[in-house]
Design a binder for this molecule. Structure first.
Ligand SMILES: [Zn+2]
Length: 72
């Protein structure tokens, strides 16, 4: 099962949603307003996928390679 939380988006400060899956330990944060996306392992904190419009996604990287998508 997954637990949903509403948090403040780290990118734009608006409301974002965070889902935590208890089986896979995947933490997924996504923001409607600015398309911010962060998928990480909640146990190790490793970033699996990150996307943040307007900022360099490599700054979000911890140890894992980051898949960065740019639209502009
Ligand atoms: Zn946002």
């Amino acid at each position: 099962m997954s637990i949903k939380q509403t948090i403040h988006c780290p990118n734009c400060g608006d409301r974002a949603e965070r889902y935590r899956c208890s089986e896979t330990n995947i933490l997924r944060t996504s923001c409607y307003y600015c398309d911010y996306l962060l998928v990480q392992c909640s146990q190790t904190g490793k970033v699996i996928e990150a996307y943040a419009p307007g900022i360099d996604a490599t700054t979000l990287r911890s140890e894992m390679p980051v898949t960065a998508h740019r639209q502009h």
